[in-house]
Ligand binder design. Structure first.
Ligand code: NAD
Ligand code: SER
Length: 312
């Protein structure tokens, strides 16, 4: 099996928050026509090549892999945490059933796989700082699918040699796409809404502190992991902790108000507070640093400057 990226790349769930940025970066690196973007949603104005693909449709997945000589799959199709709590059956089917289809097809066609995990693999016992080896006791259905997904990927690697890798992304911050369906969405929504209305109501308490990361860093981490030689990766290959930055809702609000005086912030927690309270406040990412050289590049002020400029 090839150990470096090459031939064609398939991205599932490409129309989502990460896909929108990852596809354009992959196309810069590997060529526009080498990256086939797919999603269950309509293409809209997303740049070609694009195909409709439901990851639950095993036959179509195989046909696309075979027809386009796909050698690497970035599996981004998923149902995120807040949406998953509302529709647990769909969350399990897409996050686990979809991943299994991708891994089975990859086993058959010799593809490399990247499929993201999440800080949601951790439960309240990992607070405040989740280490790489902290116990995984998620209390959300989404977190359970991510934990089982990591286990499945490791099993396909150990038993069938499927070169599968993953990262436990923190909440991701991008000014290009406003996220939906997640718990960490407030850290992006706030920039969008103050631009439109001059005010924002956080759906979490002001002391809520969660691990976050700029999308640019997340994409860089993803490509670094996929380019790392396989022999340098340990048993964490399916779900590395990666640290970006951490801040509370009020620290974020204070930094924004310092840059944009007059903006009003309120805090009215809803049912997503319970999910946020079950996740760690920060991460230790020593294995990612040691095994493939991970370093983050943003602090809170730099992040706020970039997000404000992006949404202006
Ligand atoms: P997103 O919700 O923005 O995008 C997911 C995409 O998957 C959507 O475009 C959706 O249409 C598509 N999709 C849903 N069901 C599908 C199906 N059956 N077949 C094909 N496509 C389907 O999510 P995202 O933020 O881009 O997340 C991508 C991955 O990264 C997910 O695995 C998610 O768990 C993980 N992750 C994201 C974050 C974050 O902050 N964005 C943090 C941690 C982990
Ligand atoms: N950002 C994601 C969510 O909130 C974490 O996986 O669901």
């Amino acid at each position: 099996m090839a150990d470096s990226p090459g031939d064609r790349i398939l991205v599932t769930g490409a129309l989502g928050q990460i896909g929108s940025d990852l596809v354009s970066r992959l196309r810069e690196v590997y060529g526009q026509n080498s990256v086939i973007a797919t999603d269950v949603q309509d293409q809209g104005d997303f740049p070609a090549p694009f195909l409709h693909l439901d990851v639950l449709d095993r036959d179509s997945l195989r046909q696309i892999i075979s027809h386009y000589s796909i050698r690497t799959i970035y599996n981004l199709a998923a149902i995120l945490s807040a949406h998953g709590e509302k529709d647990p059956d769909l969350c399990e089917r897409v996050n686990l059933g979809g991943l299994q289809n991708v891994l089975d097809a990859s086993r058959e066609y010799g593809c490399r796989v990247f499929s993201p995990s999440s800080i949601a693999v951790f439960g309240p016992d990992s607070r405040p700082i989740a280490r790489q080896a902290s116990s995984l006791n998620p209390t959300t259905i989404y977190g359970v699918t991510k934990k089982k997904g990591e286990e499945m990927m490791l099993r396909y690697w150990e038993n069938y040699g499927v070169n599968a890798r993953g990262i436990r992304y923190p909440g991701l911050l991008s000014w290009k796409t406003v996220p939906t369906g997640g718990t960490t969405d407030y850290a992006v929504e706030v920039f969008n809404e103050i631009q439109a209305k001059g005010e924002y109501t956080f759906y979490v308490r002001e002391d809520t502190r969660l691990p976050m990361m700029m999308m640019e860093d997340a994409i860089r981490a993803t490509l670094m992991l996929m380019e790392a030689p396989s022999q340098g990766l340990s048993q964490w290959r399916a779900g590395y902790n990666v640290r970006g930055l951490t801040f509370s809702a009020i620290e974020l609000a204070t930094m924004i108000v310092a840059k944009k005086p007059g903006v009003e912030m309120r805090y009215v927690p809803d049912d997503r507070q319970k999910i946020a309270d079950s996740w760690p406040e920060d991460l230790d990412d020593s294995p990612a640093k040691q095994e493939w050289g991970w370093r983050s590049t943003y602090d809170l002020e730099k992040m706020v400057d970039v997000m404000l400029a992006g949404f202006a």
